[in-house]
Write a protein that binds this ligand. Structure first.
Ligand SMILES: *Cc1c(COP(=O)(O)O)cnc(C)c1O
Length: 465
């Protein structure tokens, strides 16, 4: 270490001094945050002096760095990111953003006390489920409804209630894994049921189910192939056929829809997906689906079906462990209310709005984002609008592609991988994607209100590089 380095190192203030200075300038936070920021500041400066070489160290520089690090330290760990992946229901990015109406209800219920389990008119204890069961009955046509923590919980408690210690018949073509921890055979085991697989991967016939039925059969189950499709030489037994068989043998039929939706996408020119209402109408005894996939609400598991079966599920002691919380209920009720008028639902629920946005609209928005970025005066950057294909994601409409548009970010300095990484860790974080050696910002999943933030993220990237 030379004399110059020594002099510079001696200019780094002591940690307690840096911390005190930060506390004075930005009061109101727990002391540990100031100390953490001060330590990190001192360390970074030391590293810079020793590794990168430095000619001077001004007080303003130290303060600016300390401020920057303090703002990083103060940031919550779970925070908002901009989804420029084009995957609308992105499980890793929190699935469905909520409608304004849902947010307002959550805020109002969370800020104070509520009638969560209290009937105001009668002044006595009520049930938390009452806030949404009427809506769910009305919207799906089912006799009864129950909501739990998520759809995995819905499947677990349904199987545990209706088939514990007994057999459940499922087609081999439907033994799905939905992202890591949810695998149908394992859920069956945890629910205490015996999985009875029938048919083959690509073909299952009604006679396969028929042949497997015995005195220990509790349920016939159908699982929606959420995240894959079997194509080619295939045969699948429809829900209606299964219902006919089940009713003939006196065995209830359960369908796990995964991503249940309440609007008919075919009406908007997309691939047909049976709605929950249609599934209920086929006579399936119990249907389960997610609250935060195509429904566009908060994380929840929704169970609808025959009154006596749903009532039995409700009374399962497991329900206490899987129960839905009040914030979710508030958001779910507000989301479901929008569905009472489909026009409102497709206008106000972000997930539906993003899926149903026409390619022309996405193209127009992409050009607007491109203009904003081009005008931001980012040296060495250029931008182009390119056609792409987006996915719904989240185990919803598995093979339905959405023609879309993205803004390709072309940089002289940064490779696509570098852009991808730097924007992810920037502020605000922007998650894009790389395709064919290009870094893309998919526009379908970015809220137009977020466009200025995308510009800001790129500006920050340039100024911090
Ligand atoms: C997504 C999905 C689940 C799990 O739902 P969560 O709400 O994530 O718990 C279960 N079954 C199917 C078919 C799914 O697509």
């Amino acid at each position: 270490m030379g004399a110059k380095e020594k002099t510079l190192l001696s200019k780094i203030p002591a940690v307690h001094q840096l911390a005190e200075d930060l506390a004075q300038r930005y009061p109101g936070h727990p002391e540990v945050f100031y100390i953490r920021a001060a330590r990190e500041t001192a360390e970074r400066l030391r590293r810079e002096i020793l590794q990168n070489g430095r000619d001077s160290l001004a007080l303003e520089e130290i303060q600016r760095l300390a401020e920057e690090i303090l703002s990083e330290v103060l940031r919550p760990h779970l925070r908002r990111v901009i989804n420029a992946t084009g995957v609308v229901v992105h499980t890793n990015l929190g699935r469905s953003p909520l409608a304004e109406e849902a947010l307002e209800e959550i805020l109002s219920v969370a800020q104070g006390y509520s009638n969560l389990e209290y009937r105001l008119a009668e002044g006595r204890r009520g049930s938390r489920y009452e806030h949404v069961t009427g809506l769910l009955r009305e919207l799906t046509g089912a006799e009864e409804a129950l909501v739990v923590n998520n759809n995995a919980a819905a499947v677990l408690i349904t199987l545990n209630t209706l088939a514990r210690g007994r057999e459940v018949i499922v087609s081999r073509g439907e033994l799905v894994e939905i992202g890591g921890s949810f695998r149908m055979p394992e859920v069956m085991a945890w629910a205490g049921c015996v999985l009875r697989e029938v048919g083959t991967t690509n073909r299952t016939h009604l006679r396969d189910y028929e042949a497997a039925i015995n005195e220990n059969t509790a349920l016939l189950m159908k699982v929606h192939k959420s995240n894959y499709a079997i194509v080619g030489f295939t045969r699948e037994v429809s829900g209606a056929e299964l219902v006919a068989l089940g009713h003939r043998c006196g065995i209830p039929v359960v369908e796990d829809l995964g991503s249940g939706c309440l609007v008919d996408f075919a009406r908007y020119g997309l691939r047909r997906e049976p709605t929950v209402q249609e599934i209920v109408r086929t006579g399936v005894d119990v249907v389960t689906f997610s609250g935060d996939k195509l429904l566009g609400g908060p994380q929840a598991g929704i169970i609808v079906g025959r009154r006596e079966l749903v009532e039995k599920i409700r009374q399962n002691p497991l329900n206490r462990a899987l129960r839905i919380d009040k914030l979710t209920l508030a958001g779910l009720e507000a989301t479901l209310r929008l569905y009472l008028d489909e026009r409102l639902a497709v206008e106000k629920i972000p997930t539906l709005r993003m899926i149903l946005k026409s390619p022309e609209t996405v193209k127009r928005e992409a050009h607007r984002l491109k203009r904003l970025l081009s005008r931001a005066g980012l040296p060495g950057f250029s931008f182009a609008v390119v056609p792409t294909v987006c996915r719904t994601g989240g185990g919803a409409l598995p093979v339905a592609d959405l023609p879309s548009y993205a803004v390709a970010v072309i940089s002289e300095r940064f490779s696509p991988e570098e852009l991808h990484e730097r924007l992810r860790v920037g502020e605000p974080p922007v998650v894009g994607r790389i395709e064919e050696d290009r870094f893309l910002l998919e526009v379908r999943t970015v809220f137009p209100e977020e466009f200025p933030l995308v510009v800001k993220a790129l500006r920050n990237l340039v100024s911090h590089a």
